[in-house]
Design a protein. Structure first.
Length: 288
C-alpha cells in the first residue's frame, strides 16, 4: 500500500505538471500571436503612450514652423514609394467618413481576406464613430494595419488653403488638432499608435509635414491613384493597379461600397500576383 500511495502521488505530480505546462503553452501562444501581429510595444502600456502623445502635442504647439507657398500632394517630406526594388506593392485604403462617405465596402474587405492580401488602412475619426464594430474587427485582423487619416478629413496647412473644394486647417494649432485627435482615438481603442498619416485630400504645406514628423508620424501619399476617390470605373481601377511597379504605394477607398473599386481590385490582383507581385504593409519597408 505504501508503494501504491507513492506511485499515486507521483502520477498526480506528473498530471499537475502537464496541466501547468499546458496552461503555460496556451499563455505563450497567446503572447506569440500578439507578437506576430505587431511589435509588443504597439499594444501595451496605453497610459504611458497617451502621456507621450500629450507631450508631443504640447511641444508641437509651442514650436515655431515656417512654411512656403507650396501646397500640394508632393511637398517635401511626403513619402510615395516603398524603398525597395523587390516586386512588392503596398495597398492603402482610405476610410474618409463624414460627408465624404462613412460606408463600409464589405465586398472589397472580404475579397482581401479571402485572398490573404495585406493592406494598410488610413481611417478617419468620423468613420470610426460610424463603424465602430467593423473598425475593431479590422484592427484585430493581422492582414491590416490601422493608420491615421485625420480627425475631420481636412487638408493640412498652417494658413488657409483649399484642395478639391475643401477648406484646409488654417493654423499650427489646427494642424496639431487634426492629427492628434485621431491619433489619440486610435491609440485608446486599439492600444496601437499609428506610424503613418495621410490628410484628407492628401494635400499639405511643408510646415504641416514637419509638424506631423515632430508628432512621430511619417506622411504617406501614393504613386498609384487606384480609384480617384472611388470615382473610377471598374476597368479604370483595374488598369490603374496594373500600372504598379516595384515598391508602388496604391491609394484606394473602402468607404464607398457603391463604387467600382472592389470590382476593379478583384480583377487586377490575380493578374499582379501572376506577374510575381506580393502585397505588403507600409511598415514592412522604409519609405521614400
Amino acid at each position: 500500500m505504501k508503494y501504491l500511495n507513492v506511485l499515486l502521488l507521483f502520477c498526480l505530480l506528473i498530471v499537475g505538471c502537464s496541466v501547468n505546462n499546458f496552461n503555460v503553452r496556451n499563455h505563450a501562444n497567446h503572447i506569440k500571436s500578439s507578437f506576430e501581429k505587431s511589435n509588443p510595444e504597439d499594444y501595451y502600456n496605453v497610459p504611458s503612450k497617451l502621456e507621450l502623445l500629450s507631450q508631443l502635442e504640447k511641444d508641437a504647439l509651442h514650436k515655431q514652423y515656417n512654411t512656403t507657398n507650396n501646397f500640394s500632394e508632393n511637398v517635401l517630406g511626403v513619402k510615395t514609394m516603398l524603398h525597395t526594388d523587390e516586386k512588392v506593392i503596398a495597398l492603402t485604403l482610405d476610410a474618409c467618413g463624414g460627408e465624404y462617405g462613412s460606408g463600409y465596402d464589405e465586398t472589397l474587405i472580404d475579397f482581401l481576406i479571402a485572398e490573404n492580401i495585406k493592406a494598410t488602412i488610413f481611417v478617419n475619426a468620423r468613420w470610426i464613430d460610424a463603424n465602430m464594430e467593423e473598425f475593431l474587427q479590422l484592427a484585430s485582423n493581422p492582414l491590416f494595419t490601422i493608420e491615421n487619416h485625420g480627425t475631420e478629413h481636412k487638408p493640412l496647412s498652417i494658413r488657409s488653403n483649399y484642395a478639391w473644394g475643401i477648406q484646409s486647417t488654417t493654423s499650427q494649432e489646427e494642424v496639431v488638432n487634426e492629427i492628434m485627435g485621431n491619433q489619440v482615438k486610435i491609440t485608446k481603442l486599439t492600444g496601437y499608435t499609428p506610424r503613418y498619416f495621410r490628410s484628407g485630400t492628401a494635400y499639405y504645406d511643408e510646415a504641416s509635414v514637419k509638424i506631423a514628423n515632430d508628432l512621430n508620424l511619417e506622411v504617406v501619399n501614393f504613386s498609384i491613384n487606384g480609384d480617384a476617390g472611388a470615382t473610377f470605373s471598374q476597368e479604370r481601377v483595374k488598369q490603374s493597379l496594373l500600372h504598379s511597379t516595384n515598391g508602388s504605394i496604391v491609394i484606394l477607398h473602402m468607404n464607398q461600397p457603391n463604387s467600382n473599386t472592389a470590382a476593379g481590385v478583384k480583377e487586377a490582383i490575380p493578374i499582379l500576383i501572376s506577374q510575381g507581385y506580393e502585397f505588403v504593409h507600409l511598415s514592412d519597408y522604409e519609405l521614400k
